[in-house]
Design a protein around this ligand. Sequence first.
Ligand SMILES: Cc1cc2nc3c(=O)[nH]c(=O)nc-3n(C[C@H](O)[C@H](O)[C@H](O)COP(=O)(O)OP(=O)(O)OC[C@H]3O[C@@H](n4cnc5c(N)ncnc54)[C@H](O)[C@@H]3O)c2cc1C
Length: 387
Amino acid sequence: MRAEASRAASFELSEEQRAIGDVARESAQREIAPYIAEWDRSHVFPRALYGKLTAAGLMGMLVPEEYGGVAADYVAYALAIEELGKVDAGTAVTVSVHSMICHAIAKLGSDAQKDRWLERLATGDVIAGFGLTEPDAGSDAASIRGSARRDGDAYVLNGRKQWCTNGGFAGVVMAMFRTGGSGAKGISAFLVDSALSGVVVEKTTEKLGIHTSNTVDLAFDDVRVPASARLGAEGEGLTQALATLTAGRIGIAAQAIGILAACLDASVTFAKDRVAFGKPIGSFEAISFKIAQMATDLDAARLLTYRAAALAAAGRPYAVEASKAKLFASTKAREHASEAVQIHGGYGYTTEFPVERYYRDAKITEIYEGTSEIQQIVIARSLLGRL
Ligand SMILES: Cc1cc2nc3c(=O)[nH]c(=O)nc-3n(C[C@H](O)[C@H](O)[C@H](O)COP(=O)(O)OP(=O)(O)OC[C@H]3O[C@@H](n4cnc5c(N)ncnc54)[C@H](O)[C@@H]3O)c2cc1C
């Protein structure tokens, strides 16, 4: 029987938060677990899965109820992403990126933008993507070059967005372009309908892990969008993008927690089953102490993440807490995924056990939505200011 050592034992959760986590766990077990090894092997983006997750309310978690969403609070949302991430980190990031755009539209969008997109996002008819990174601008997002030229009541977009998660399947992409001037103040955000002429999927990126997540380069060649597609005012785009990423960091921390939890369950099961020198390997301190550390770091990552999520849910500042949560959860997911492979010995390096997938999947959590170094900059600046 599968060990569930990773279940959060004693954290005060409301009934609603627990219920959303339970729905995500059951959905992941039923709709993903039986297929994930094959999807991972063949790099499948399981588009039909998102219809099933919609039925469980998981695509509309951060959509207000009046638009058909669940309006889950951030703690419930983190629990759900964690449960998805425990079974498949690729699915977790698909839902996380989609949800952070839902959140951005609900928070920053005009009534017309909400009417146009939110219900379709909640029903999973439309999946959302986020386009900030360009070939020459990642961490230094203020240096993006993609341009939005005003032309009457429209803008004409030109540029290339790199590694856009969900981009090959997204119906709407929140994308940032330069509307005038250099630096951060010259950037505006747009909700781009991907069916528009000139939006082209240039390349699907092959990756080390998260094979069920779709990652593409999107070209924007003379894409004409109505001025009403602009999110907020001209020049606010980078601020909006960074606020969206701050919320997204809770999702990535939760994704990392899911990977860590899966590593713990797999390690506990294996350490009890595998016999060496006449004893289960879990009887050796070299193994059991690794597992004890894994369980402790899992709880610490959860507490940091739930704190950031609870602050977000209460409408209080949470940027530094979200950075700490992502920094810690992603570092520990990567470290313990390696330990989980080690505990499994040679079997851990084979595709017969899922820990090799956890090992491949964990690394990205230290890179996207702000690298670990960028999280350290956010945290350090909160203490030292800009020296
Ligand atoms: C699978 C995948 C999915 C992605 N999905 C999306 C998406 O949906 N939308 C999107 O817009 N982007 C996406 N990205 C891009 C991702 O957010 C960037 O890769 C990330 O922000 C880092 O940018 P970069 O790769 O350009 O690295 P760089 O910014 O070039 O950084 C390279 C290295 O230098 C370090 N570094 C940079 N600046 C500093 C500094 N000031 N101090 C210290 N160290 C520094 C970084 O931490 C890193 O270690 C995705 C990337 C991947 C791989």
